[in-house]
Design a protein around this ligand. Sequence first.
Ligand code: TXA
Ligand code: MG
Length: 339
Amino acid sequence: MNTLLLNPGEAEKAASILRSGGLVALPTETVYGLGASALKEDAVKRIFEVKGRPQDNPLIIHVAGPEALGEWCEEVPERAYTLADRFWPGPLTLVLRCRKTGEPHIPDRVTAGLDTVAVRCPDHPATLEVIRLAGVPVAAPSANLSGKPSTTTAIHCLHDLQGKVEAVLDGGPCRVGLESTILDLTVSPPRILRPGGVTLEQLRECLGEVELDRGLVQPGETPKAPGMKYRHYAPSAELTLVRCGDAETFRRFAESVPDEGTAVLCWLGEERDYPGKRVLAYGRGDEPETLAAHVFAALRELDTPDIRRILVRCPGEDGVGLAVVNRLKKAAGGKILCL
Ligand code: TXA
Ligand code: MG
């Protein structure tokens, strides 16, 4: 299959591919998504095949605005609209009860048979236009092969998906750089199932009490979002996540590791010369948004056969730092080295 590279002016082309059951990688403010009409079961099935995604891992549906909540969900609480008002379009996914009756409704293939559905309204003009023109909710997981770092540019999408999907819509690099926050509104208090671009602090300010899913904080607890239980975001190299107070401690540790096959992923302003090692800065330690924006691109850049181990300087968990650490921990297979 020849994969078309579309520009943002070609939203109608992308929409018509979706309407006719094809797959299009779409830009969002978080990461690129691999979109299909959520109402076409065969197209949704193909998403799972193309990504190599386990069938028990449900997809997020992407909608053009809060009015869609009443269409695809039921028992929608008032606070869903409060949140949509404040954070949509933007990096917040709401888990709500899924409407299972009436035609059309979201098929079980999208929700993996759960009685809930995850809904979000992405903040990217081209993709919002595609959703409106297609006239259907767009089911889209991140546009990477399962297990690999998410894609934040059209080139990264092509790297994973060329020849396997009808089109990639190039909307430029993603602003946030990691996936949306998933908030479960079917429980009280609301619970974050995956930290992301909208922070715990922002949600507490808006709603009052908000909890973190136990699977995020307690090793051994099964996360409620099915996708959070898999190893993820991982380059082929072994990743060591290093938590330490200062640049000097990190440098001494990095120097103690053999040079050959080692890459060092540090913070801007703290680059040192490590002769024989590959060095890359992924953002500023005191600005977690910059780390979020570049972490996946950095992991992809270091995913080369000559690199066997990656040492990463771990940020703090304030603000969007919580999401950055969550993704790095997953990439590291759960381990953090505290120095
Ligand atoms: O920013 C994002 O959310 C991106 C862009 C493309 O929108 N999408 C994304 O999709 O990250 P994906 O499929 O890579 O991750 C979706 C996560 C998975 O962990 C999945 O298990 C969880 O959302 N999820 C989906 N539906 C759910 C539901 N009803 N209840 C709990 N978790 C759900
Ligand atoms: Mg993903």
